[in-house]
Each structure stands twice: as C-alpha cells, then as structure tokens.
Design a protein around this ligand. Structure first.
Ligand SMILES: Cc1cc2nc3c(=O)[nH]c(=O)nc-3n(C[C@H](O)[C@H](O)[C@H](O)COP(=O)(O)OP(=O)(O)OC[C@H]3O[C@@H](n4cnc5c(N)ncnc54)[C@H](O)[C@@H]3O)c2cc1C
Length: 567
C-alpha cells in the first residue's frame, strides 16, 4: 500500500470478499472516496456460497450488478429431493413472488459474484490493494502532514478524526473517516475494536468438494439426498470439476472435539478452535456418497475437497465510533438456507449509502449509522435461529431429526412442490423480501406520518409492482422531471434504477415537496424526482400507501419507503 495520505479516503474497507466488495461499490456509487485492502494475493479462492436470493438481486440492481449476475448464472434449475427411494422435483426458477422481478434463486458461484463486483469497482476506479493484512485499527492523529496511529481501539464517537489501520508489524497502512471490517469470521477489525463475538460450534463440520459423477451419466439439475446420517447436496457448479458436493452430518467427519456441541460460549474475538481432521480421501468420499445416496451416485475423480468447521456467532455490536462491521465479521451461521453471503451483501447495501451520506457530514451522522445496526442485527439474530434449526434437521443424528429428514419432509414435499404459494410467506422471510423497518422516530431519512390505512407503511420495502401500460399524459400538466423515460417501464423498480433516493410523485398533479420537509439532511443531488401517472400505477401505489393521488413517496437507495406525503 502506498504511504497513507492524511486526508485519506472516506471509507476504508478491510476485506474483499462479497460483503466488502459490495459495500465499497455502493459507497463509491454514492460518491464516497473508497479504498479496499485484503490480505490475499488476489487469486480467486474456492467458492462456498452458490445461491443468490431475490432480495439481494433487487438491492444490487441500482449498482449495475444484477444484470451481469443474471447473465453469469442460471435461474432455470430443477432441484430434486431424494429420500428413501422417493424423488421430488421442485422448480426453483418460478417461485410465487409476484412483487419482485426476480422470483427465483440464482445459482452462481461466490467466485463469480466476487469477479462481477470487482469488475464494477474497477470501472469506478476503485482497485483492491491485495497482500495487505490489517493487524488492528485505532484512533489516528495527523502530525506534520503524516498519519500517526494513536491508541489502539476506536473512540466512542471517533467521527471527527481519522481512524487508522495498521499492519501486523504496527506500520500504518492507511487512515480514513470510516473503517469497515468485512474481514470474515476471524475479523481483526472486530477484535481490535474490542467487540466480542459470542457463539458456539456446531457439532459436525461440512465437507465440500469438486467432483466428477461417474454414475448416473448425464445427471443435471441440483440434487439433495436426505440420508440417515446427514444430507448430501450436488450442484452443477464445481470449479475444479463439474459438480460441487456438500456433505453434512455425522458422516461428514468426526465431531469438533470433546466440548463440541455443548453450550461452549466463546466470547473471545479469536477463540481457539479445536484441531480438525483431514478431509476424507477420494476413496472415503466415494464410499460416503455411495452410502448417503443409497447407491444412486458413484463418484468419479475428486479434484479438491475441504472439511469446513461450522459455528454460529453474533458480534456484540455492529459499530464502535467510526469502525463498523459487516458480513461474516459480524455474524456467522450454518450454510442451511444459503444465507451467509446473501446476508453479507444485504448488510453492505444497508451500510454503503449511509457511509457515503455520513461522509458529507449531514447533521445526525451518529443516528444515521446507528440505524444500520438497528435494522441489521434482528436479521442476523433471526438468521442464526432458523438456520441452526434447519441445520439440526439436515445434519443431526438425533432420531427426531432423522425422522423429519427421511420421512416427514419427503412425504410433505410433493404437496409443497405443487403448492409453492403455501410456503411463499416463509420464502419471503428467509430471503429478506418480507423485511420491514417500521419503527417510530426512525433515524434520518425514514420518517413521515404514522401508520396509514394502506398495506405499505413507512419503513416497508416498496413492492416492485407490475405497472399497467402508460397512458398518454395530458399536455402541460406535469413539470419535466429527471426521471422521465423514453420507454414506459414495466415494473416500479425500473424507475428506481439509479443510486440515491427517489422521490416518486404519484399522479399528474403531484408536486415535489420542499426537500427539507420530505427528507431533512438529504443533499439535493441525492434525490431523483420521478413521476408515476395515476393510471400507470400511481393510483395503485397511493392506495397501498394509504393515501390518494396527488401524493409523494420518498424511497431510500435500498428501496425502503422513507416518507409519504400528500393525499
Ligand atoms: C460450506 C459453506 C457453504 C456456504 N454456502 C453458502 C450459500 O449457498 N449461500 C450463501 O449465501 N452463503 C453460503 N456460505 C457462507 C458464505 O460463504 C459467507 O457468508 C461469505 O463468504 C461471507 O462473505 P464476507 O465477504 O463477509 O467474508 P469472507 O468471504 O470471509 O471474506 C473476508 C475477506 O477478508 C479478507 N481478510 C481477512 N482478514 C483480513 C485482514 N486481517 N486484513 C485484510 N484482509 C483480511 C479475506 O482474505 C477475505 O477476502 C457458505 C459457507 C460455507 C462454509
């Protein structure tokens, strides 16, 4: 890294995994000066996550990422559940989620997600400084035009000065107004900010491997085998061989140690982990898969295999002064439900725009940043709870879990596959579509009248409505707006496809309110004014917001309703 400038960037992101890259992209796209450092050498690492959720795709769309991710991945995937000779097919490419443009699970490797985000960052002139390992963060002083580290540990406020990051050897690597630890579960940023990370180990590790499938030949789609001793997944997304194999449960490896599985609260930021056994050999893996699939699958070559310890932890705080945490640095849990990367990306999209806004020093910075934790901590807590339960069902040797996995779920699956609308509310919760931030007195840019009669309240995610065809607009009734489109949008979010806030003017006669009333603290250039004619969805949206045209609705960069007025 070059010698740090005293004026440094606004935001220094530690960690170029999916969370750090998305955060850097969102903050930079909203005008912050951003730098990213990572201890790796920049060579892609084996992917862990393989699935992107609808809400994640929505959040990344204004950054230009979603189109590229969709082009790189696949949504047309059948998943087949195999249990005790029964095969149940579920179409993951057509979920009953009418209020999103992405009613599917996108299969795409974590490496491809990272490559896409890196490409977008590069186009914005933000490059990652690889081979740069952060040892700690602390308050900084500017002495004679140079940045010097002060005491380690971020101050309580810390918003006025610079925060310094140092290498393992104590050398100052950089300084910024905000430092964000996106440096994964063993986060040094979290540790040096003195933020605890309590949690527990799961009893069993997971084996991940890239393999060839010898039999059956011509296998396609994604496959889940519910076995007596755990669960095995096969995804057509291997990186060093055609298939990615994931095996969980007692069969996957020895328990984590004598204390594993008990309530071993680990409050230390870098709690030692018991030694893990070697991953199974190719021969052992082939035997394991044959037994878990009741002989249905015979492995060919095993290109690579790894045994991954699993745990669930949640940091005691998301922020200390000007040091913030996101992604695995702040929460980790089992891979059940494909949550980890998605939650990290959604953290990033809740924080990046806030940091950019905070960098321009509007009043109430602290409240704006506190809102990040207020919104995201409950999501992590819920995620840990339900993924732990799901993981128990998938991997436990407990007789109840075995019956659930081998009997109950396969028996219910055909009916569920026929009536996916019955499970849609659950899908909305676990993918973040149902998330709402309704709360009175919410920090900056989430305000407005109390609950109205409509179904969409201040603090809710704006539904991505399908819009009726555009009517011809009576001449002279609407002032020209910066959101005017040459072609009529088909869905509401097409009107929200830029970074920043959007002020939707509902109806031909709706006038934009003075910005300080609608969005105190928001700079003028942050807000795009867009008109939605009454017959083109304006009436429908106003009704859902509990009002009538003419009205207005302010929408945050992460598509939550910030304020409503008029009517
Ligand atoms: C078996 C398995 C399967 C999974 N499947 C899924 C799935 O299907 N879907 C899903 O959403 N999630 C899944 N996950 C979880 C997902 O992989 C993680 O949640 C995700 O990688 C977290 O991203 P991150 O950017 O927060 O952290 P990481 O990916 O851990 O990135 C942290 C970055 O910080 C860097 N770094 C670390 N320390 C330092 C330092 N001191 N200085 C500088 N840089 C540093 C690292 O080099 C790394 O690049 C799975 C996890 C496992 C184990």
């Amino acid at each position: 890294m070059t010698r740090p400038r005293p004026d440094g960037p606004d935001v220094l992101v530690v960690g170029a995994g999916p969370t750090g890259l998305a955060l850097a992209l969102q903050a930079a796209a909203h005008g912050a000066r951003v730098e990213v450092v990572d201890s790796r050498d920049g060579t892609p690492r084996p992917s862990r996550a393989l699935v992107l959720h609808p809400r994640t795709l929505e959040l990344l769309a204004p950054l230009g990422a979603t189109e590229r991710l969709l082009a790189a991945g696949t949504t047309r995937v059948d998943a087949v559940l195999h249990a005790r000779g029964r095969d149940v097919r579920v179409d993951l490419g057509d979920l009953p989620l009418p209020d999103t443009a992405h009613p599917w699970l996108l299969l795409l490797s974590q490496a491809a997600v990272e490559a896409t985000l890196l490409g977008l960052l590069d186009e914005r002139g933000v490059t990652v400084q690889w081979d740069t390992e952060v040892g700690d963060v602390g308050a900084g002083d500017v002495v004679g035009g140079d940045v010097r580290a002060g005491d380690v540990g971020a101050g309580d406020d810390g918003l006025q000065g610079r925060t310094v990051v140092r290498g393992r050897d104590g050398a100052v690597l950089g300084a910024a107004r905000f430092v964000v630890g996106c440096d994964g579960a063993a986060s040094r940023v979290r540790a040096s900010a003195g933020i605890g990370f309590p949690g527990r180990d799961y009893r069993h590790p997971v084996v991940i491997a890239d393999v060839d499938v010898a039999q059956p030949s011509g296998l396609s789609g994604a496959h889940v085998f519910a076995a007596r001793d755990g669960i095995a997944f096969l995804f057509p997304l291997g990186e060093q061989a055609p298939w990615r194999l994931v095996v969980a449960g007692p069969a996957a490896g020895r328990p984590a140690g004598p204390r594993a599985g008990r309530a071993t609260a680990r409050t230390g930021p870098r709690a030692p982990h018991p030694p893990w056994p070697e991953p199974p050999s190719a021969r052992e893996l082939a035997d394991l898969v044959r037994s878990m699939t009741d002989g249905a699958v015979t492995l060919g070559d095993v290109a690579w295999a790894e045994l991954v310890p699993l745990r669930h932890h949640l940091a005691r705080a998301y922020r200390r002064g000007s040091v913030l945490l996101a992604g695995d640095a702040v929460h980790v849990h089992s891979p059940a439900g494909a949550q980890g990367m998605n939650t990290g990306l959604q953290d990033a999209c809740a924080l990046g725009w806030r940091l950019a806004l905070a960098s321009t020093s509007p009043p109430g910075v602290s409240r704006l940043l506190d809102g990040y934790e207020q919104e995201r901590r409950p999501v992590a807590r819920l995620g840990i709870a339900w993924t732990s339960l799901a993981w128990w069902g998938e991997s436990s040797a407990d007789p109840v879990a075995r019956v659930l996995r081998r009997v109950v779920v396969p028996a219910a699956a055909p009916t569920v596959a026929q009536h996916l609308d019955a499970v849609a509310p659950g899908v909305r919760v676990v993918t973040g579509l149902a998330l709402s931030h309704r709360r009175p007195g919410f920090p900056l840019a989430l305000r407005g009248p109390g609950p109205r009669a409509g179904s969409v309240h201040v603090g809710d995610r704006l539904p991505d409505l399908v819009l009726p065809p555009v009517p011809a607009e009576p001449p002279g009734t609407a002032e020209p707006l910066d959101g005017e489109r040459a072609s009529a949008p088909h869905r509401l979010y097409q009107l929200l496809d830029r970074t920043g806030h959007h002020l939707l003017l509902l109806g031909e006669r709706a006038a934009a309110p003075p910005l300080p009333d609608a969005a105190p603290g928001l700079p003028e250039h942050w807000v795009h004014r867009v008109r939605l004619p009454a017959a083109h969805g304006g009436d429908d949206l106003a009704r859902r917001l509990g009002t009538t045209c003419p009205a207005w609705c302010l929408v945050r960069p992460d598509q939550y309703v910030a304020a409503v007025g008029g009517g």
